[in-house]
Design a protein around this ligand. Structure first.
Ligand code: GRF
Length: 201
């Protein structure tokens, strides 16, 4: 199961890896969920024949009710793993109680540096010379769960001119490959989490 909020290029990379050779890749996507309607991520899923659902915060009276609805919609597909790939909402207690330990996220910075919604912009503003991306398990903090894999991207002097647009694209290049690699290896080999140490077997 993949959760998205926007363009869904990470989702597309997973769909492409599966389409290339489903048996060799080892994973399939049972559904794609979104917190917004009419986004490219949902179109990508529909084009690939993957079921979709939308669960919008504003259709629910409280954040708890939204979290419960997201949990039920996700659970209906009985996923082994839930992948947040550019899903820009923080899930609640119920979702974590149900999917904690099998819920992963991809973040466009080298955690624990620059967590939160502006990882690329914050790394630039800090003057970091290298940044990158992190695939990690989701816990009840913001981008604080155990790290599964990281990829490094150099910051160039000219990145400051466009506010990080080109840098984010270079990060996403690395991020897509990292996510495809991690999800495939988890599907094929399984994983162990001991404290903060994650091992893909
Ligand atoms: C990725 O860089 C992800 O880490 C960040 O938003 C971007 C999503 O890109 N949170 P896409 O929707 O997969 O193209």
């Amino acid at each position: 199961m993949v959760l998205v909020s926007g363009s869904g290029t990470n989702l597309q990379a997973l769909l492409d890896a599966i389409a290339d050779d489903p048996a060799a890749y080892g994973a399939r996507i049972v559904a794609v969920g979104a917190d917004r309607a009419s986004i490219a991520g949902l179109e990508r899923a529909e084009r690939a024949g993957v079921p979709t659902f939308v669960c919008r915060l504003r259709d629910h009276a409280t954040r708890e009710e939204w979290d419960a609805a997201l949990t039920e919609a996700t659970a209906g597909y009985e996923p082994d793993l839930v992948v947040s790939a550019g899903f820009m909402k923080i899930v609640g207690k119920r979702f974590l109680a149900r999917f904690g330990g099998r819920f992963i996220n991809t973040h466009p910075a080298l955690l624990p540096s620059f967590p939160g919604a502006h990882g690329v912009r914050d790394a630039l503003a800090y003057g970091a010379k290298v940044t990158g991306c992190t695939v990690h398990f989701v816990d009840d903090g913001v981008d604080t769960g155990p790290v599964i894999a990281q990829g490094v991207v150099e910051v160039r002097d000219e990145d400051h001119a466009d506010g990080g647009v080109a840098l984010h694209e270079r990060i996403k290049d690395v991020e897509r490959r990292l996510l495809v690699d991690v999800v495939g290896r988890i599907a094929r080999h399984g994983y162990r989490i001991e404290g903060r140490k994650v091992t893909i077997q």
